[in-house]
Design a protein around this ligand. Structure first.
Ligand code: A3P
Length: 346
């Protein structure tokens, strides 16, 4: 009898002991991760507009961010909005392009920052006449709920190449910060083609080979009418934007480096946005199965981008690649010169 009681007691102690050790380990990991993510720090003077609430520490923003997530899942009631001081703010920064440059990865990675809130969908307000006609309040209502100290960022890559957009954005906010993520132009064009090709295949449609679209069969020269080629002439599009915004309002993100080494690129963006550096290596881990960096928000929540990001490109005739690279070369030189960012593309 005594022996049975001793065994029972030992088992009980063992269970309690493991629970205590488990909880301790969990707390250590959690506190560690929180400290890496958001040491207490006031957000000061970001984008002007100082208010008493601008002193809110980032740790609190991170905590509140959890609440925001809950709100997004359910229906945010008016009461909740009022109680938590939630607002739908116009973006303070926009990722204007470039399509297939890594715009989604950039937005999601910036969203790791406790002071950033992303608009999940591409809103296409400035490039779509019908949407634009609905007015700025319609646009604002498309924004996620956030705390006044946070900044909202949206991405719509079509903005970069659409004629009317710079003037329209300027009219909304002439001091807005503009992010452009670029990749080596030929690779970007092939990525663009791959996306369209996949769409056609999904609809059981046939499509031309890349070589046929990118090279004019009559002249054997690069086909500048092909949209995937035109989009990659970054300097031409940027020059249109520069009629409205000074170059200081743009930040160029190296999309090729964001794939292989995202942290330094994100740190440059934090600086450009005047945000305290909060995204760390802890937030980014390489997933060998995906072949890309994925996002870690905390010990519980992490995610990789959808499978539509990081497609396998079709093989392209090397002579066509050489031709395209030669074609883009002078435009790239001009782009480096204007932006002050040299990317060493071939
Ligand atoms: P590919 O599909 O050509 O590889 P966008 O979001 O502007 O459409 O850009 C898509 C590109 O983002 C992908 O192009 C992919 O290479 C790149 N990318 C950058 N970082 C990524 C990441 N962490 N996960 C998946 N794709 C990423």
């Amino acid at each position: 009898m005594l022996f049975k009681q001793q065994v029972w007691l030992r088992q009980k102690l063992l269970v309690l002991g493991s629970l205590a050790v488990g909880s301790l380990l969990y707390l250590v990991a959690r506190v560690g991760s929180l400290d890496r993510l958001q040491p207490i720090c006031p957000i000061e003077g970001r984008f002007g507009g100082a208010s008493s609430q601008a002193e809110l520490p980032l740790r609190a923003l991170q905590f509140k961010r959890g609440l925001l997530h809950e709100f997004r899942k359910g229906n945010t009631s008016k009461e909740q909005v009022r109680l938590h001081d939630l607002v739908q703010q116009l973006p303070k920064a926009i990722i204007i392009g470039v399509r297939k440059g890594g715009t989604r990865a950039l937005l999601e990675m910036l969203n790791l920052h406790p002071a950033v809130v992303k608009a999940s969908q591409e809103i296409h307000f400035f490039d779509n006449d019908e949407n634009y006609a609905k007015g700025i309040e319609w646009y604002r209502k498309k924004m996620p709920f956030s705390y006044p100290q946070q900044i909202t960022i949206e991405k719509s890559p079509a903005y970069f190449i659409t004629e009317e957009v710079p003037e329209r954005i300027y009219k909304m906010n002439s001091s807005i910060k503009l992010l452009i993520i670029v990749r080596e132009p030929t690779t970007r064009a092939i990525s663009d083609y791959t996306q369209v090709l996949e769409g056609k295949e999904r609809k059981n449609k046939t499509y031309y080979k890349f070589e046929k679209l990118a090279i004019d069969p009559n002249t054997c020269e690069v086909n500048t009418k092909y949209k995937a080629v035109r989009t990659s002439i970054y300097t031409k599009h940027l020059e249109r934007w520069l009629k409205y915004f000074p170059i200081e309002q743009f930040h160029i993100v190296d999309g090729d480096r964001l794939i292989t080494e995202p942290l330094p690129e994100l740190q440059l963006v934090e600086k450009f946005l005047n945000l305290p550096p909060r995204i760390s290596q802890y937030n980014l881990y390489f997933n060998a199965t995906r072949g890309f960096y994925c996002l870690r928000f905390n010990i519980i929540f992490n995610k990789c981008l959808a499978g539509s990001k990081g497609r396998i490109h079709p093989e392209v005739d090397p002579s066509v690649i050489t031709k395209l690279r030669k074609f883009f070369h002078p435009f790239n030189q001009k782009f480096y010169q204007i932006t002050g960012r040299t990317l060493n593309w071939p």
